[in-house]
Design a protein around this ligand. Structure first.
Ligand code: AMP
Ligand code: GLY
Length: 468
């Protein structure tokens, strides 16, 4: 077993989950994050409080500690070139260069790459580089459309017609107001509004091999019933067979083929991608279409996925991603369902109430078979307490042979967190998932549950590598 001294960059729930998985494989852990995450603090050998974008500082600190492997959590670190900095310091890194990371940090680059390489799943789109071009671009859409800031916006730079605005004129106004764009990206993307159900497929990528993980569904909207603004993700679930109740094996194959196509396209453009490629898909009546790519582990999906990771060699797998070739023979994911719910500050995401005291009875939660992952909180005045920050506070993840039971466990566990917070009780609930299945059923005109009409729906795929 390899036990690399591992640097983890980032301090959210995703990084806490990554840290715990690395700890299980006995890798000494070094954390660089903007705040002290109590969960990570408890397991780290050393902890640097730093902006995640500060490549020179992080890399110097890591070198001094003889770090042998680095794992980048947040997109901001990737976009800032922290992976380039770490590689220059000869530290194998899970996380692409800033250039390959443009698959996430530039929505225009991602769309144009798909177009150049004829990758399937590309919706109709227009990139706009000045306010004067907006009206012509809007006129190109016969149906509803979506306005997207081209650069990183933490999941908050997207406006959907029929939800966030109504008329094409309102959409055009939103697009014009995005100029001049903030950050490095100079454009705004308009694209057709896709109808269907969303799913996330993440894969480990070592430059040429693509190893897909179990599929999860994220709940992006802030409020129950999928209302309110888009967020980083309020919770997520995954199923025992690593598919979703509305998703077939063929859908997974189509989505995997898209990820493989992206890695191959990047290679053709001399951009090596080592890290995690995350496809955010809309399953439409025609099959999966791409909403976005992320160049990193998803948050919250990673909490579902790592709960299922089986085996003690997570550090070794990450080392292969960063420094050699992925060997799938030691990778497996348990055939269990998971439900993750994020507790967030009241007012999240627009005006989160910082500094609220949470009392967390971790032992009682653990007794229910539920795991606590700390996110944007700081240690409270006494043990078992924490103070909310401005982002998602903590996640509770339940696991069971059935989603219904995993969800019920999380609801039980919520009774052991006291304080002022908001949580979406409908994440992974029977009623919510049923509505999604019926929605997809209606769109496709098929019965995804029907084993006679659709014999290939179920059945997990063994961990398998696809060559790009
Ligand atoms: P993105 O950051 O691009 O994934 O967008 C955030 C969310 O906006 C997605 O998870 C979808 O819910 C929604 N969205 C983005 N693009 C589209 C689209 N083309 N059609 C419908 N909804 C979309
Ligand atoms: N779950 C959405 C994201 O990680 O961006």
């Amino acid at each position: 077993m390899r036990r690399p001294r591992t640097l983890l960059v980032g301090g959210g729930g995703r990084e806490h989950a990554l840290g715990l998985a690395l700890q299980r494989s006995e890798a000494p852990l070094f954390v660089a994050a903007p705040q002290v995450n109590p969960g990570l603090k408890a397991i780290a050998r050393d902890y640097l409080v730093s902006a995640v974008e500060d490549g020179p500082k992080i890399s110097r600190w890591a070198r001094e500690r003889e770090v042998e492997l680095a794992v980048l959590g947040p997109e901001a670190a990737i976009a800032a070139g922290v992976a380039d900095e770490l590689r220059a310091a000869k530290i194998p890194t899970v996380g692409p260069s800033a250039a390959a990371g443009r698959i996430e940090s530039s929505k225009a680059f991602a769309r144009e790459l798909m177009q150049r390489h004829h990758i399937p799943g590309l919706p109709e789109f227009r990139t706009v580089s000045s306010p004067a071009e907006v009206d012509a671009a809007v006129a190109a859409f016969s149906g509803q459309f979506v306005v997207k800031a081209a650069g990183l916006a933490g999941g908050k730079g997207v406006w959907v017609q029929g939800v966030d605005f109504q008329t094409p004129q309102e959409g055009a106004e939103i697009a014009r107001k995005l100029f001049p764009p903030t950050g490095k990206e100079r454009s705004v993307v308009l694209e057709e509004r896709l109808e269907g159900e969303e799913f996330s497929l993440l894969a480990f990528v070592d430059g040429t091999s693509v190893l897909p993980m179990p599929i999860a569904q994220d709940y992006k909207r802030a409020l129950e019933g999928n209302q309110g603004p888009n967020t980083g993700g309020m919770g997520s679930y995954s199923e025992r067979d690593h598919l979703l109740p509305f998703l077939t094996k063929e859908d997974r194959e189509a989505a995997t083929e898209i990820l493989r196509g992206v890695v191959a396209a990047l290679r053709k453009e001399n951009l090596e991608f080592r890290g995690v490629l995350y496809g955010g898909f809309m399953l439409t009546a025609q099959g999966p279409e791409v909403l976005e790519f992320n160049a990193r582990f998803g948050d919250p999906e990673t909490l579902n996925i790592l709960t299922l990771f089986d085996g003690t060699d997570f550090a070794d797998l990450l080392y292969q991603v960063a420094a050699s070739r992925i060997d799938p023979s030691h990778v497996s994911f348990r055939l269990r369902a998971t439900v993750c719910k994020y507790l967030v500050p009241v007012g999240y995401p627009d005006s989160p109430k910082k500094g609220s005291l949470l009392r967390i009875d971790e032992n009682a939660i653990r007794d229910l078979g539920v795991t606590v992952y700390y996110g944007s909180v700081s240690p409270g005045p006494e043990p078992g307490t924490a103070l909310t920050g401005t982002s998602r506070s903590l996640a509770l993840v339940g696991e069971s042979s059935a989603r219904k039971d995993a969800e019920a466990r999380v609801e039980q566990a919520l009774k052991h967190v006291q304080g002022e917070y908001y949580v979406r009780h409908d994440v992974g609930s029977v009623a919510d998932v049923k509505a999604r299945v019926e929605h997809m059923h209606k769109l496709r005109g098929t019965a995804p549950f029907d084993p006679v009409k659709n014999p290939t729906r179920s059945g997990p795929a063994p961990p398998q590598v696809f060559l790009a």
